[in-house]
Structures are given as structure tokens and as C-alpha cells.
Design a protein around this ligand. Structure first.
Ligand code: FAD
Length: 473
């Protein structure tokens, strides 16, 4: 009798999960999670992300056990999984959700898809438009996807097959040993995601539009749903529909509209990487790859450890290192500093930063990194001033001092301007001259006709056709 094999990757929830639902319809299915150690060590991936995804898996496993199913762990690559399937089953059909991810994943996935071809069905993910998509109709299609019916719970399994794979709990016990120092990382799972959405919509969103810029206030006033979207403990569509349903009855409507717009941005950015996977390694505007050729390991090392000599920037890095999250504005400033003031190629800095984010979503991360490095050709370059952000976001410098206690007795003004002599580590760059250098370079390259012609092509491929009244955060 034909068996349905459901393969999980980053869609770790019970409901609104197409592969799980359609794979379960004949009630003769197994659920397999592919754990590939090499993937978790690849471009931008890290232990904190694995920890979060394991939380999601754990809850999903508990839910599956209630319907006579469970998660089986396959340890290895897509290639090895392919061989295991063929060795163990004659008559089978594979179900898997699409996932836009880094090259390592994509290469394995593409080979797997090609190999199984008609024995495999791939389901669309989020608001992505996988095949023959039309940029001009993208926004309309996205709305349509968001408004379509949610997919229900999978059917219970009737099969009692003994599968020669590791069970979730033994896998968990083995993997958990690696997570010792990651105590502050957000917890994963559908229940936590639902609680976050609830508290955000009803209370925490008050003042969202302004508080989101502050690293101090945003911790509580942003939704904090990002890693949940990355690992799929909730779908964008579930959140979109819940929000639409309750919106007329909720206070803080402007804040919530602002949040809703970002759900669209999420998919808009992931679509860029799906459309052009080479963006993982090349600038959207290819001429910009010529801007920063050389890199300096030592400088990059100081930046990622939060040892730049600029207290506000260093505090952001220390916060991010510890918690696995920081707000949009600070992410943009961190990246702008690396690309403009340090003049380092984004290809070298981006994966290091990604590793620190629990919510690392390659499509968003890579697009944003490129925007904040001035290499898309279609967005106006913006160089953040660390000193200005420091004054605006932490005027008393109390937040900085909480993260860098050695500055406890120092006047905030000196901290903002990084005028600290031997009270703190030396500055790795001069802010004023490095900003001028970067501005000259970046605007210099943008002047030529050939740059502008290429930029038009980039816009046709990736530019949003929605009219924006606001900046991207
Ligand atoms: C350099 C850089 C790297 C980034 N890397 C990532 C990443 O790897 N993963 C990630 O999810 N976000 C990334 N962002 C976007 C943004 O910073 C985070 O989505 C946000 O801080 C997550 O917190 P939240 O869920 O509380 O956001 P909220 O403000 O509550 O927003 C809700 C959701 O909207 C989406 N969203 C919000 N802002 C943006 C944006 N500017 N672009 C696209 N989608 C957005 C996210 O899915 C987010 O969870 C990056 C931004 C920059 C500048």
C-alpha cells in the first residue's frame, strides 16, 4: 500500500501546514524531519537558530503523538535521505513545503526534487509566488493568498509501521547538550507564538510606530514574532487573518496597520532571494560588487564582538550576542557601520551577523544587508550616524552602561561621541572621515548612465510596485 512521506524543514506547526495536511489525507503517512549538521554550520546558520527550531519541533511532536503520529529524525543530507527512502519503501509519495533558503539547502533540495519528480509534491509557502510570477501582480496575489482559507489539522495516522529512524526525544537529548550558554534566546513553539500575538495586539503594540526605533523600548513593543515566522511555528497567513478579524475591535489601530504592512514586507523580501538566488553572494546591482574588494579580518572581528570603541554600537552588539535579537533600526546601523564606516564587503560581514539572529531569514536578511550597504541600486543609500543614534535612542546612556559597566561613571555626552581616551577601548575608525569617504564612493558610482540603466533592470525584477508613504522602518 502506498505510504505518504511528509518531510519537514522550516514549517514547524500543526495547522495551516500544507505538506502535513495533504500528506495525511490517506491516513497512511510518516513524518520525517531532516537534521543535517552541515546545514546548521552553513552560511549564517547557528546553534541559537537550531535551539529555537527544536522548541518548535518538540511541540509539534507532542501534537502529532495525539493523532498516532510522531516526528522521526533523519540525520544526514537530502542525498542520504533519498537513498534511505528508496531502500525502505517501494510505493511512496513525498510531501514537502517549499522553503527559500541558503545555497547549501537549495542545492540539496533541487537535486532531491529532480530525482523524485512525479513522486513528490511541493507546496507553496507563505505569500511566496514560486513559478511564473508577475512582479506587477505580486501585491494583488499576495492579498489573495493571505485571504484564502487556512488549512486545517492533519488527519490521524492509521499505520503502525516501525521506522528505523531516531525518535524526537532521543534526538533532543543528544542535541540539547550543545545549548548550555543560550539561555536568553527566545523560546520557540506555536503556543508561545500565539501568546506573543495576543499580548502584542491587545497591549504591547501601543506606541509601536515610535518605540520600534529604540533598542530599549522595542524589546517589548515589537511583536517579537520574527523567529516564529522563520521556523513556521505560526504562518504569516494565520497572523494576518487573526489581525484582520480583531482589528475593528482593537485600540492602537495605526500601530497595528503599521505591523500589518510589515507582514507584506516579509514576503516581499523573501521573494527577492527566491527570484534571484545569487543575491546570497552578489550585490543586487552587480557594479556595486566592485566597490569593496578587500577585507580586514581583524576589523570585522572587533565589530562582531562589539569592540569598535563606539559604546552605543558595542552595546548593541553585546545585546544582540546575548539575546539573539535587536530591533530594525539598530540592525540597520550595525550594518551601515560595517559597510560604510569600516568599508568592508557585505559578503564577509553578513553571515557573521546572521549567525547572531535567532530569526535569521535569508531572504530578508540578505536584502536588508544589501540595502544598508547601498548596493541594491534601487534604494537611496543611508549612512547611519552612530553618535546621533546614541543620543536619540539612549540619551542618558543608561542602557549603554547596563551593557558596558566600565562606563558607569562617565558623562553621557562623552559616551555618545566616543571621546573616552583610556576609559574605553580605542576607536577602530574615524567616524567623520570614513563617512565622507563612503559617501563619495557610493554616490560616485551611482552617477554614470550605465549604473542607472542597470538600476532600472533591477527595479523591474525586484522593486515593489506598492506606493510607500513611509520609510522601511
Ligand atoms: C541588516 C538587517 C537584517 C535583518 N535580518 C532579518 C532576519 O534575518 N530575519 C527577519 O525576520 N528580519 C530581519 N530584519 C528585519 C527586522 O529587523 C526584523 O524583522 C524585526 O526586527 C523582527 O522583530 P519583530 O518580529 O518584533 O518585528 P515587528 O516589528 O513586530 O514586525 C513583524 C514582522 O514583520 C516582518 N518585518 C518587520 N520589519 C521588516 C523589514 N524591514 N523587512 C522585512 N520584514 C520585516 C518580520 O517578519 C517581523 O517579524 C533585518 C533588518 C536589517 C536592517
Amino acid at each position: 500500500m502506498m505510504i505518504d512521506i511528509i518531510i519537514l524543514n522550516r514549517n514547524l506547526r500543526l495547522l495551516d501546514n500544507a505538506a502535513l495536511f495533504y500528506g495525511s489525507l490517506r491516513s497512511n503517512y510518516i513524518v520525517v524531519y531532516l537534521y543535517d549538521e552541515k546545514y546548521w554550520n552553513a552560511n549564517g546558520k547557528s546553534l541559537r537558530q537550531l535551539k529555537f527550531s527544536n522548541d518548535c519541533l518538540e511541540e509539534l511532536n507532542e501534537n502529532l503523538l495525539k493523532i498516532n503520529s510522531e516526528i522521526n529524525i533523519f540525520e544526514g543530507t537530502f542525498n542520504e535521505l533519498q537513498r534511505w527512502i528508496e531502500k525502505n519503501f517501494n510505493d511512496f509519495f513525498i510531501h514537502i513545503n517549499h522553503c527559500t533558503d541558503i545555497k547549501y539547502f537549495r542545492d540539496g533540495f533541487e537535486r532531491f526534487k529532480k530525482h523524485f519528480d512525479k513522486r513528490l509534491r511541493i507546496y507553496d509557502d507563505f505569500g511566496l509566488q514560486l513559478n511564473n510570477f508577475d512582479r506587477d501582480a505580486w501585491s494583488k496575489n499576495w492579498n489573495h493568498i493571505m485571504q484564502s482559507d487556512l488549512i486545517g489539522a492533519p488527519k490521524a495516522s492509521n499505520n503502525d509501521l516501525e521506522i528505523n529512524l531516531t525518535k524526537f526525544n532521543s534526538y533532543k537529548n543528544k542535541i540539547n547538550k550543545n545549548f548550555g550558554e543560550l539561555k536568553n534566546i527566545q523560546k520557540g513553539g506555536t503556543k508561545v507564538a500565539a501568546e506573543l500575538l495576543e499580548s502584542f495586539m491587545h497591549q504591547r503594540c501601543q506606541g509601536y510606530r515610535t518605540k520600534m526605533s529604540s533598542p530599549v523600548l522595542s524589546e517589548d513593543s515589537c511583536s517579537r514574532l520574527s523567529p516564529h515566522f522563520t521556523y513556521g511555528s505560526v504562518s504569516i497567513r494565520q497572523v494576518y487573518q487573526k489581525l484582520n478579524e480583531l482589528l475593528p475591535t482593537l485600540r492602537n489601530q495605526k500601530d497595528l496597520y503599521s505591523f500589518k504592512k510589515r507582514l507584506y514586507w516579509h514576503c516581499h523580501f523573501v521573494q527577492k532571494l527566491h527570484t534571484e538566488p545569487d543575491l546570497e553572494f552578489h550585490s543586487m546591482h552587480r557594479m556595486c560588487d566592485e566597490l569593496r574588494i578587500e577585507h580586514d579580518e581583524e576589523l570585522i572581528d572587533k565589530w562582531i564582538k562589539g569592540e569598535t570603541g563606539f559604546p552605543f554600537l558595542d552595546a548593541c552588539m553585546k545585546f544582540l550576542n546575548k539575546n539573539g535579537w535587536i530591533n530594525f533600526r539598530m540592525r540597520a546601523m550595525i550594518m551601515s557601520f560595517a559597510s560604510y564606516n569600516m568599508w568592508q564587503p557585505w559578503q564577509k560581514t553578513s553571515p557573521l551577523l546572521a549567525k547572531l539572529f535567532t530569526d535569521y531569514e535569508p531572504g530578508i536578511h540578505i536584502s536588508q544587508v544589501q540595502m544598508q550597504s547601498g548596493v541594491t541600486g534601487i534604494n537611496l543609500p543611508r549612512i547611519y550616524s552612530v553618535a546621533k543614534q546614541s543620543i536619540d535612542q539612549d540619551p542618558s546612556a543608561d542602557w549603554i552602561k547596563s551593557l558596558i559597566p566600565q562606563l558607569d561613571n562617565i558623562n553621557p555626552k562623552l559616551i555618545h561621541n566616543a571621546e573616552l581616551n583610556e576609559s574605553y577601548i580605542p576607536k577602530i575608525v574615524d567616524l567623520k572621515s570614513s563617512t565622507k569617504f563612503a559617501r563619495d564612493q557610493i554616490w560616485g558610482i551611482r552617477k554614470s548612465k550605465i549604473f542607472k540603466d542597470e538600476a532600472k533592470k533591477v527595479f523591474l525584477k525586484h522593486g515593489s510596485r506598492r506606493k510607500r508613504k513611509v520609510k522601511t522602518n
